[in-house]
Ligand binder design. Structure first.
Ligand code: C2E
Ligand code: MG
Ligand code: MG
Ligand code: MG
Length: 287
């Protein structure tokens, strides 16, 4: 804000700071109340295997249903939750809810799929992360092989030594790790080799114009090739058209996520998608 306005007048600057500080405090209070009053919901977006167009996973994306404001998007409240530390409690709740739903789908006879849960920097730094995740798996009865944690490049690079140790501990239990928004951060390729990860998610900014912008096409193709040669799964985010899907199929990308198949949806709708698209990749099993 200050930069936008060029810091023209001190009056304007301090007024906007005050209102921001106010917003943060009132948002923090509202988030605490939201946790206590169970105003959070988890929406699910399918990860579709390109080879057979079946659902092989779901990503849990948190939503806040505020009594007056309606549905609030994570872009609006995750940053405040992160700053205040509330993200740790919210994240624990998202993890538990999504593990429960995954177990229920299995109990209801769907072929098992992998549940992906986003971690924020604060959660990843939390010394109790491993303990919390293991306790949640235990409490919900989800087999660790059906849990995937999505992290970003910057979270890994911030303290690479510690990150490698934490990833190893999670991997040792059978939990999968993927790198979200891949291509937008600064990860050195040599580090990529050292991190015990399973999948790269190509950021949707490279997918958007993949059929018309040669630079985006090159970047997406390079990520797919690199991922394949490092034996990582590659997932494209933000796939909205059949054209984008065709490009990704030709380039041998493994999975896609995006509005083409479904936006993030509430649990009952997610269950309908498991029925209509089918759960569990067939070619995955044959391979
Ligand atoms: P993300 O993990 O990269 O999630 C992908 C975002 O792209 C989601 O936005 C999803 O709704 C949106 N998206 C999916 N397909 C398409 C598409 O085809 N086109 C377009 N234009 N967008 C698409 P959402 O749900 O608003 O989440 C935004 C971000 O908030 C997430 O980015 C993630 O970083 C964060 N987030 C969401 N839920 C959680 C959570 O439970 N914990 C944490 N720590 N972060 C979360
Ligand atoms: Mg994600
Ligand atoms: Mg992403
Ligand atoms: Mg993204």
């Amino acid at each position: 804000r200050a930069r936008e306005e060029g810091g023209r007048t001190l009056h304007y600057f301090s007024a906007s700071m005050n209102s921001r500080a106010f917003q943060k405090v009132s948002m923090e209070k509202a988030l605490e109340k939201a946790l206590a009053d169970q105003q959070f919901e988890v929406f699910y977006q399918p990860k579709v295997q390109i080879a057979d167009e079946r659902i092989v996973g779901m990503e849990a994306l948190v939503r806040w249903r505020h009594p007056e404001m309606g549905l609030v998007s994570p872009a609006q409240f995750i940053p405040v939750a992160e700053e205040t530390g509330l993200i740790v409690d919210i994240g624990r709740w998202v993890l538990e809810q999504s593990c429960r739903d995954t177990v229920q789908w299995q109990k209801d006879g769907f072929d098992p799929i992998v549940m992906a849960v986003n971690l924020s920097p604060r959660q990843f730094r939390d010394p109790k992360l491993l303990e919390d995740v293991l306790a949640t798996l235990e409490a919900t009865g989800l087999d660790p092989q059906y849990l995937e944690l999505e992290l970003t490049e910057s979270m890994l690079m911030e303290n690479a030594e510690e990150a490698v140790k934490m990833l190893r501990k999670l991997k040792d239990r059978g939990i999968h790790i993927s790198i979200d928004d891949f291509g937008t951060g600064y990860s050195s390729l040599s580090y990529l080799k050292r991190f015990p990860i399973d999948a790269l998610k190509i950021d949707r900014s490279f997918i958007n114009e993949v059929n018309t912008n040669p630079d985006d096409a090159s970047i997406a193709t390079s990520i797919i090739l690199m991922g394949r040669s490092l034996r990582l799964k590659v997932i494209a985010e933000g796939v909205e058209t059949r054209n984008q899907l065709s490009f990704l199929r030709v380039m041998q990308c493994d999975q896609v996520q995006g509005y083409l198949f479904s936006p993030p949806v509430p649990e009952p709708k997610a269950r309908e998608l498991l029925v209509s698209l089918g759960a569990g990749g067939t070619s995955q099993k044959v391979a």
